[in-house]
Write a protein that binds this ligand. Structure first.
Ligand code: DQA
Length: 217
């Protein structure tokens, strides 16, 4: 079995992001473009630059309220998300709250959506996590749940979710130093990939691409 990585790229200009993307895809199956790090008007420029590489890209436009940098309004963000999906990337990352509240956006997005949810403060109890997984799976076959581990058992609760995933392609792990190993173990439990960085981490506890290579058997 080969395990896949997704290099998270958070550069602040389209030229830099495109360069980082070319480098990342030499060594990684997937890359995440953190398009919220760009000026909104540069997003289409970046998507054009990415060209056929987009088939390996997860496009993310995270709002500030969910830990991202997108500066505009929710309406502007939803319009850009719908535009991004027209370029047909591998997946468009859309937050659970966004997709749940916007049937209009659901109609405009293709089927290739990664429904995501983050908890930057902690890790809820198992019952809540399971209910959330079920609710998220109603919107896509690709679901991502990322919490913050304060102690090792928090990571274990995230990893236990794989036994409830069924046909859902689940990416679930915990951020933070206490969660670091869950980023590796999720691969062995069925996660389609794990997030890594090349130049600088986009989240706490992320492995570097080279570093994780030393752990993967
Ligand atoms: O959701 C995720 C996962 C992540 O937060 C991480 O912890 O590696 C990094 C983000 O860029 C990405 O959108």
């Amino acid at each position: 079995m080969r395990y896949s990585t997704c290099v998270s790229i958070a550069e602040e200009g389209p030229a830099e992001m495109a360069k980082a993307l070319r480098t990342a895809l030499k060594k990684s199956d997937y890359a995440e473009l953190r398009l919220d790090y760009l000026e909104p008007e540069d997003v289409p420029k970046m998507l054009k630059k990415a060209g056929t590489m987009l088939g390996h890209c997860i496009c993310t436009l995270r709002p500030r309220i969910e830990g991202g940098r997108f500066p505009g309004t929710e309406k502007e963000r939803r319009d850009i998300l719908a535009d991004i999906s027209r370029y047909k990337p591998y997946l468009v990352d859309v937050e659970y709250d966004t997709i749940r509240k916007s049937p209009a956006l659901r109609r405009r997005l293709g089927r290739k959506v990664l429904v995501s949810w983050h908890d930057f403060k902690g890790t809820p109890q198992t019952g809540m996590l399971r209910r959330r997984l079920r609710a998220m799976s109603a919107y896509s076959t690709h679901v991502k749940m990322v919490c913050t581990a304060k102690k090792p058992a928090d990571s274990s609760r995230m990893l236990a979710l794989y036994s409830d995933a069924g046909r859902t392609k689940l990416v679930a792990f915990a951020m933070g130093e206490q969660g670091k190993m869950s980023r590796l173990l999720c691969l062995y439990l069925g996660s389609p990939f794990t997030y890594v960085y090349v130049s600088r981490p986009t989240a706490l506890g992320q492995f570097g691409l080279k570093e994780i290579g030393r752990y993967i058997a």
